[in-house]
Design a protein around this ligand. Structure first.
Ligand SMILES: NC(=O)c1ccc[n+]([C@@H]2O[C@H](COP(=O)([O-])OP(=O)(O)OC[C@H]3O[C@@H](n4cnc5c(N)ncnc54)[C@H](O)[C@@H]3O)[C@@H](O)[C@H]2O)c1
Ligand SMILES: [Zn+2]
Length: 341
């Protein structure tokens, strides 16, 4: 069967690999129908992802169908359609035992640390499948992206009416926005790219946007929008170390700052800024198993509209040719979805 392999940065190739057979105890074989492309895939392609190793079959945002199950599998049956939680954890690890498999010490993310779903069939632990018969395969492939935002918002626990600032309106910021909206908090979105803010206003129903220009005027605007107190939750989804450092300026007294964006650079800040306000700094990595089931329910019940998310569609064989265009901002990709026929 065919698979798409990232042989090395900027070099995809179509390869032929054997079909999986005979799932072991606790395992399932799935047929991949749809694959979402995200910033992680783009960073892997560009050679900018520190945890990525090559050659690698990418693909971690997946809509799949179960075609075989091994002994002891009870959560799914053959024919079920599912979203995949691509964070393969060691259930015995310290973090997993503490109910935090998303940041397991031995974590293997499909399509990043281990081969992912850009192939017709593959085997995975069945416990990583989240069944959802009423979602389309495209919707199933969107669940993981939404889960990142869901977890970041869960980490900060906004209350209705609380002022929340989301910095960075890329796909991860947009997924954060979905869950801030659901929390009933007052949402403000900041980005330096006007077209991204326009998308938030026109398509995501965001009322308050602030353009980051870097002249200090942003803090004044944020004070005006928050009755002088600044937001008590700031979620930085830029992955930009300067923005992450600067974000401390926007957190009000007693507030929380969540880093959902990822950088390999040092993030530095004047400590008094944090101390005076008795700020809480939180990381948000991946998502929890329950997030997947919650999102499936929210899509099923129409509380999350997946319509605006998919901006590009591509066939499996055409992906290597199309992929370079997804790395260019002018292509305007929010989410490209690969169809595996
Ligand atoms: N927490 C996780 O588990 C997880 C999972 C996936 C991705 N990520 C990370 O989330 C981050 C965002 O991913 P994405 O795909 O949305 O990226 P993206 O590059 O598409 O979006 C980032 C946005 O931030 C904006 N931005 C950059 N610097 C800014 C600044 N100084 N002020 C205001 N806006 C600024 C950009 O204009 C852009 O719109 C990345 O670092 C990615 O690695 C985290
Ligand atoms: Zn992703």
């Amino acid at each position: 069967m065919r698979a798409i392999q990232l042989e090395q940065p900027k070099s995809f190739r179509l390869i032929d690999i054997p079909e999986p057979t005979d799932p072991g105890p606790g395992e399932a074989i799935v047929r991949v129908h749809r694959i979402g492309i995200c910033g992680t895939d783009i960073s892997g392609y560009l050679g900018k992802m520190p945890f990525y190793s090559y050659p690698r079959i990418p693909g971690h945002e997946l809509g799949v169908e179960v075609v075989a199950i091994g002994d002891g599998v009870t959560n799914v049956a053959v024919g079920d359609t599912c979203s995949v939680e691509p964070y393969i954890n060691n259930p015995n690890s310290f973090a997993s035992q503490r109910g935090r498999p998303n940041c397991c010490e031995d974590l293997q993310v499909l399509g990043v640390h281990t081969d992912g779903g850009m192939r017709k069939l593959f085997t995975l632990p069945a416990r990583k499948l989240h069944k959802a018969s009423s979602l389309s395969m495209e919707q199933l492939a969107l669940v993981e992206t939404l889960a990142i935002g869901c977890h970041a918002v869960y980490r900060s626990a906004p209350q209705p009416g609380e002022n929340v600032l989301v910095i960075g309106a890329g796909p991860i910021g947009l997924s954060v926005i979905e869950f801030v909206k659901l929390s009933g908090a007052n949402l403000i979105v900041m980005d330096m790219v006007e077209s991204r803010l326009q998308f938030c206003r026109e398509t995501m129903g965001v009322t308050h946007t602030v353009t980051f220009v870097g002249d200090g005027s942003e803090e004044k605007t944020l004070r005006e929008l928050t009755g002088g107190n600044l937001p008590t939750i700031v979620i930085d989804a830029t992955g930009n170390a300067k923005s992450m450092s600067n974000a401390l300026n926007y957190v009000g007294h007693t507030g929380k700052l969540v880093f959902v964006g990822i950088t390999t650079d040092n993030v530095t800040f004047p400590h008094p800024l944090m101390h005076r306000r008795e700020m809480t700094l939180l990381a948000s990595r991946n998502a929890l198993p329950d997030d997947f089931d919650r999102i499936i329910d929210l899509i099923q019940t129409g509380k999350i509209d997946t319509q605006p998310w998919i901006t590009h569609r591509v066939g499996f064989d055409d992906l290597p040719g199309q992929f370079p265009s997804y790395t260019k901002p002018e292509t305007g990709v929010i989410k490209a979805i690969v169809a595996v026929e």
